[in-house]
Design a protein. Structure first.
Length: 66
């Protein structure tokens, strides 16, 4: 399981850096999609699937999906 900090409406889709949060470490992720109607969540799934060369069905959001 990975913890993410997603920035929607960014200028590019990218996994940016590992950051320290109040709950430990998280990956900072930027997506161009807006945060409405699940578009940003869908963009995160596509980004991770492409980055790691896996099918989208193998990427699951556990929380923060709404």
């Amino acid at each position: 399981m990975l913890t993410l900090r997603v920035s929607p409406k960014s200028s590019r889709n990218a996994i940016l850096e590992l950051i320290q949060t109040e709950n430990g470490l998280a990956l900072k992720v930027a997506v161009t999609a807006p945060p409405d109607k699940g578009r940003a969540n869908d963009a995160v799934i596509v980004l991770f699937a492409k980055t790691f060369g896996i099918a989208k069905r193998h990427v699951t959001l556990i929380s923060g999906a709404a």
